[in-house]
Design a protein around this ligand. Structure first.
Ligand code: IMP
Length: 419
């Protein structure tokens, strides 16, 4: 399951539905920058690191080698879930190959954002610096904690390297970075207790006929390679990353579900070609409660971007779509879909590699009539208003991908399953 836009597509809810039919649920990239919101009955859960599959009793939930794991916050989330009555004993596993995200990564992320002329608008969770250390072959992996002395040396090295970089950036107050060696070593045994070979576990699970769900975070347009670089996250969010980030071969992936919101949102900096004019932006943000689950930042809103959606379907090889939050559009008299972009060089219909050209481009919009009726209680496709079905048909046509599910509200059961 992969986000088809700029993240925040409502993947938490879709994972929650799919988790029911899965035995193993694994995350394959990202870290605490994600925020999956799931509503169970009257309760709301916001999960940043642990896969949302934990809300289903008995499911095994794994963090793959592609994630960057922030151990302190991970255990806070773990303990909070247990305190709310979710038993996690034997249910959570962490890849031995996953890299640790440490307090100095967060400080570096924030310091760089503060100083940079070109701000990315990161979540400030240290994601970029943690993946930099991984790619630079100087990261600390879960497996590196096995030998305590070795772990201490690596952590001290990391901290001192970060101290020098921070000094260059004019930051001398290191806060919790000073104690990070001790705080990390304090959870060492607990973390090792959860450590496993995630790829092997999934491989054996598949051999034994188990259903495995790989849960993506962020979205295609935030992918390090395929997104609106440099306004992206530092991981491979697209479907290819699901195999490498969980440690299985791509031939094991037989279904790729793209999750797309019925409109578009973006948090953080970078172009949003189908952005709404201010008044409408405000309206959709309120209707859709579009505020970041991790940072609380208001999300910018736009019409459904057909150019991005088609690109997304292609680079991920989506076999089906889940269109979420259709109900947010219920009251609008007319709805638009971006079908191409008008750039300084002329009109284009393929999502461009040149992010700067996107910044100055304008979306060419196709108008569709609204349905102005509540869809919140609809559970069958044929019961959706005719104009809502026409809207979904147009999305299917643009992406050349069948729609499998439509979200019509925040509750678990507010889903239209398309046979
Ligand atoms: P980072 O992942 O914190 O480095 O942030 C890089 C970009 O990705 C910024 O534009 C963030 O706003 C965006 N981003 C990261 N995680 C999420 C997410 O879960 N939802 C939406 N945007 C995200």
């Amino acid at each position: 399951m992969v986000g088809g836009q700029w993240g925040d597509e409502g993947k938490g809810k879709i994972v929650d539905v799919l988790a029911e039919e899965s035995d193993i649920i694994a995350r394959y990239q990202g870290g605490a920058n994600a925020g999956h919101t799931v509503h169970v009955g009257e309760e709301e859960f916001i999960l940043h690191q642990i896969p949302s599959g934990i809300l289903h009793p008995g499911k095994r939930c794994l963090m793959g080698n592609g994630v960057v794991l922030e151990p302190i916050q991970f255990f806070q989330e773990y303990d909070e879930a247990e305190a709310r009555g979710i038993s996690l004993e034997g249910r959570v596993g962490v890849s031995l190959r996953a890299h640790l995200l440490l307090p100095y990564h967060r400080l570096l992320d924030r310091a760089r954002e503060g100083k940079s002329a070109q701000k990315i608008g990161t979540t400030g969770r240290g994601i970029g610096p943690a993946y930099e250390d991984k790619a630079g072959r100087r990261g600390v992996r879960v497996v590196d904690l096995l030998d305590e002395e070795e772990a201490r040396n690596r952590l001290v090295e990391g901290r001192e390297r970060a101290r020098a970089k921070l000094a260059e950036l004019g930051i001398s107050d290191l806060g919790d970075v000073e104690e990070c060696v001790e705080t990390t070593l304090a959870v060492r045994e607990r973390l090792l207790g959860l450590a496993t070979d995630v790829g092997l576990e999934i491989y054996e699970g598949l051999k034994a006929g188990k259903e495995v769900l790989l849960e993506g975070a962020q979205g295609t347009a935030l992918d390090l390679d395929h997104g609106t670089y440099p306004f992206v996250t530092s991981s491979i969010t697209t479907a290819g990353g699901a195999a490498s980030g969980s440690g299985i071969g791509p031939s094991s992936l037989h279904r790729v579900l793209g999750v797309m919101k019925a409109y578009t949102t973006r948090v953080g900096n970078g172009p949003l070609p189908s952005a709404l004019p201010p008044e409408m932006d405000e309206k959709v943000r309120t209707l859709g409660a579009e505020f970041g689950a991790t940072t609380g930042r208001p999300r910018r809103c736009g019409w459904f971007d057909g150019v991005l959606a088609r690109y997304s379907a292609r680079v991920n090889g989506f076999t089906g779509l889940a269109v979420t939050k259709l109900d947010v559009l219920d009251t609008l008299p007319e709805i638009f879909i971006a079908t191409s972009y008008r750039t300084a060089e002329g009109e284009i219909s393929e999502f461009p590699a040149d992010t700067r050209s996107l910044e100055t481009s304008e979306a060419v919009l196709e108008r569709m009539p609204g349905w102005q009726a509540s869809t919140a209680e609809v559970r069958k496709l044929e019961d959706l208003p005719r104009n809502a079905r026409a809207y979904l048909d147009r999305i299917r046509e643009i992406t050349d991908t069948p729609i499998e599910m439509v979200g019509v509200g925040t509750r678990r059961n507010q889903i239209v399953h398309v046979a």
